[in-house]
Design a protein around this ligand. Structure first.
Ligand code: NAD
Ligand code: UGA
Length: 386
């Protein structure tokens, strides 16, 4: 197939593009306004890859022509950090709904299949939270074609992201009904792994939680628990997620047409507070070097961290029966290894940066030998299991 990946330079996009190129079956056109991560994984030499620097908001003619020229469109473009839902709700709506709708309509017009990235946030909050119960007390797996979607009042504009994604899903469904559009919706449940976001001490912004906690471990900023860190999340390593995406792309016998898939790892559930402590432990056991900071763990009110209009998703567990039954997919990484693998990436990047810095300011090459050790883990040592 000729596959058009929009948002290929982002966290999921770069991991997916790398994997598809490694398999060597399809030709990829990678569209994004950023290319650093694609460069980092070294895919630009691959003759099956074409990179197109394109802002999907601006060049409609090119975007439509590209849609027409490909067999499959994978749309990952979105603003996907909760801090932005609070500070720029209109930007979130316009990119995540209006601009993405345009792509859907090009697919309808040119009869192309589309894989649309949505979010687990479309489910909103759990029923338990609405009736004032601790969400941990009630089982609440979210099921694609059954679970109702519960969101807070309009003044809590965090939900504009989830509503925009949900409305796009509903429009896709309607185009499926009335125009026979072949679409597949993917609802990711907290993927993490190499190349997710950035460290806020190195780049301005407010990324997702893993990057904040890594920043604390590497730069000594506090690990801040929003409203005490009582919310639950269940993390999936990007490799497992990409494995499911590849099956969706292959679409055996059309089983993914007009389907919505949760992709998540229900067993990997943890509260954010527990995750802060676990990340600090895993860092100490495997990566700590002399001189590394030992961050404190503190609680901050959500209004102070995000501003007015934030409301949290209390708990989200994916029911993955559909992906297992239709695609034979199951995630394979437990929580410790998910955290370990993601942490390893950040630590390696950071140590390499430190070494470059030391080498640049060193009086002689001897300095490089002194700064060479990368991490404390002993060779051959197992990744600790949960
Ligand atoms: P990301 O921010 O890393 O990637 C998005 C990419 O879109 C970026 O590379 C960005 O440069 C690009 N982009 C933004 N505006 C653009 C524009 N105008 N034109 C062209 N490119 C543009 O996000 P991600 O984590 O890779 O998420 C990808 C998709 O999956 C998003 O739709 C997101 O809502 C959804 N999602 C991700 C997760 C997760 O666990 N990472 C969870 C739920 C949903
Ligand atoms: C995010 C985004 O909405 C989307 O990328 C996506 O839809 C979803 O993740 C996903 O990955 O599935 P969320 O999980 O709320 O949603 O994003 P994070 O910023 O990672 O926050 C997770 C939890 O940690 C929240 O409870 C948040 O309040 C908390 N948090 C965040 C902290 O306690 N401390 C921090 O420093 C940052």
């Amino acid at each position: 197939m000729k596959i058009l990946i929009l948002g290929a330079g982002g966290f999921i996009g770069v991991n997916l593009t790398e994997r598809l190129l490694r398999e060597g079956i399809h030709k990829i056109t990678a569209v994004d306004i950023e290319k650093d991560k694609l460069q980092e994984v070294g895919v630009f030499d691959d003759p099956r890859l074409r990179y197109l620097h394109l802002d999907i908001r601006k060049d409609n003619d090119t975007l439509e022509q590209e849609t027409k020229d490909h067999d499959l469109v994978i749309d990952l473009v979105a603003l996907a950090n909760p801090a932005l839902y609070v500070t720029d709700p209109l930007g979130v709506f316009k990119l995540n709904f209006t601009e993405n709708l345009k792509i859907v309509e090009y697919c309808v017009k040119h009869e192309k299949r589309i894989i649309q990235f949505s979010t687990c946030e479309v489910y909103g909050m759990t029923a338990a939270s609405v009736v004032g119960k601790d969400p941990g007390e009630m089982p609440c797996p979210f099921i694609e074609d059954e679970t109702p979607m519960i969101m807070g009042p309009i003044k809590n504009h965090r939900w504009i992201y989830a509503c925009a994604k949900q409305l796009l899903e509903r429009v896709l469904h309607a185009y499926g009904l009335q125009y026979d559009l072949k679409y597949t919706v993917i609802r990711p449940f907290n993927f993490i792994g190499p190349r997710i976001d950035y460290l806020p001490s190195e780049k301005a912004g407010n990324p997702r939680v893993f990057s904040h906690f890594m920043n604390a471990l590497l730069y000594g900023t506090p690990m801040r628990l929003v409203d005490g860190g009582k919310a639950y999340r269940a993390y999936t390593i990007i490799d497992d997620a990409v494995d499911c995406m590849v099956r969706i792309i292959e679409n055996p016998d059309g089983v993914c047409d007009k389907q919505i898939f949760n992709i998540g790892t229900p067993e990997n559930e943890i509260t954010i507070k527990e995750m802060a402590y676990l990340m600090r432990d895993i860092f100490d056991e495997n990566f700590r070097q002399d001189g590394d900071p030992f961050p404190e763990i503190i609680s901050v009110p959500s209004e102070e961290f995000y501003g007015k209009g934030y409301e949290d998703c209390d708990r989200r567990i994916a029911d993955i029966t559909k992906a297992t039954e239709l695609l034979g997919w199951k995630p394979t990484h437990d929580l410790r290894s998910v955290i370990y693998k993601t942490m390893e990436y950040f630590v390696d990047q950071h140590r390499a940066k430190q070494r470059r810095h030391e080498t640049a300011s060193a009086p002689s090459p001897a300095t490089e030998a002194v700064s060479a050790p990368v991490r404390k883990r002993r060779l051959g040592e197992e990744v600790p299991s949960r």
